[in-house]
Design a protein around this ligand. Structure first.
Ligand code: Z5A
Length: 208
């Protein structure tokens, strides 16, 4: 049975995920490839309620934050991601489990064995086909994020040291899963970043 591709976009704050997701959407639309765009935390009614609590709620203990990220993901997989893939629709997801390893594992320094156990519980064998990791020095992402006006969230208020651990957490995860990850130098000018993304997409569907 033909299943859709599952593509995730990862990286720290301000590295250009939203900008490049728009680019990926345009690329797929131009080739008439059916896709849905979704995000984590979020993606379902329950997931969006959990997102609001996670990003804009009051004080949340680190373990609670971890469990809520995976609770939102469990719902997202069952309600939205798996049915779409089974129908042959591509799923483009703004952040997924690698963000949990980077933020709750790296940033919050929670035990990675707990994260591995939760990943196995919630995803079983399902993994993204390709994960774009937009990687840039923390100060580059921060400066870009500050240049936009937006509603800042609970996690964005963390320290530089926290975000250095987040970046290291993503790179560590990429080193563990080299076949799945494509590390893109997001400090480069946007046309170069997008040319690299295009090369990966062409590799995923060379016939279109
Ligand atoms: N989180 C977690 O802790 N654990 C988890 O398991 C999951 C998530 C799933 C969700 O935030 C928060 O949840 C996040 C992690 C946590 N918290 N933090 N921090 P989000 O993903 O919704 O939002 P974000 O990470 O803060 O993303 P963002 O700030 O929206 O950034 P972005 O999408 O990566 O950047 P952008 O808006 O595309 O670009 C920023 C600016 O830079 C913009 O003006 C662009 O035009 C510009 N830009 C982009 N690329 C370039 C290049 N190459 N050159 C120059 N300028 C550029």
């Amino acid at each position: 049975m033909q299943t859709g591709k599952f593509i995730t976009i990862e990286g720290a704050e301000g590295v250009g995920k939203s900008t490049n997701i728009q680019h990926i959407q345009n690329w797929l639309s131009a080739r008439h490839i059916p896709f849905i765009l979704t995000r984590e935390p979020g993606g379902t009614e329950l997931g969006e309620q959990l997102r609001e609590l996670l990003l804009h709620g009051g004080q949340i203990a680190d373990k609670t934050e971890l469990l809520l990220m995976f609770a939102a993901r469990a719902q997202h997989l069952e309600e939205k991601i798996k049915p779409a893939l089974a129908a042959g629709t591509w799923v483009i997801c703004d952040r997924f489990t690698d963000s949990t390893f980077a933020y709750q594992g790296g940033g919050r320094q929670l035990n990675l064995q707990w994260l591995n156990a939760l990943e196995n519980l919630v995803q079983e064998t399902l993994q993204p086909d390709i994960t774009f990791l937009l990687d840039a020095p923390v100060e580059v992402g921060m400066a870009r994020a500050k240049s936009r006006n937006g509603r800042s969230d609970r996690i964005e208020a963390e320290s530089m040291a926290f975000f250095e651990r987040v970046r290291a957490g993503f790179l560590q995860r990429a080193a563990l899963h080299p076949a799945r990850f494509r590390i893109i130098n997001a400090a480069e000018p946007l046309p170069l970043v997008q040319a690299e993304i295009d090369n990966v997409l062409v590799g995923l569907c060379p016939t279109v």
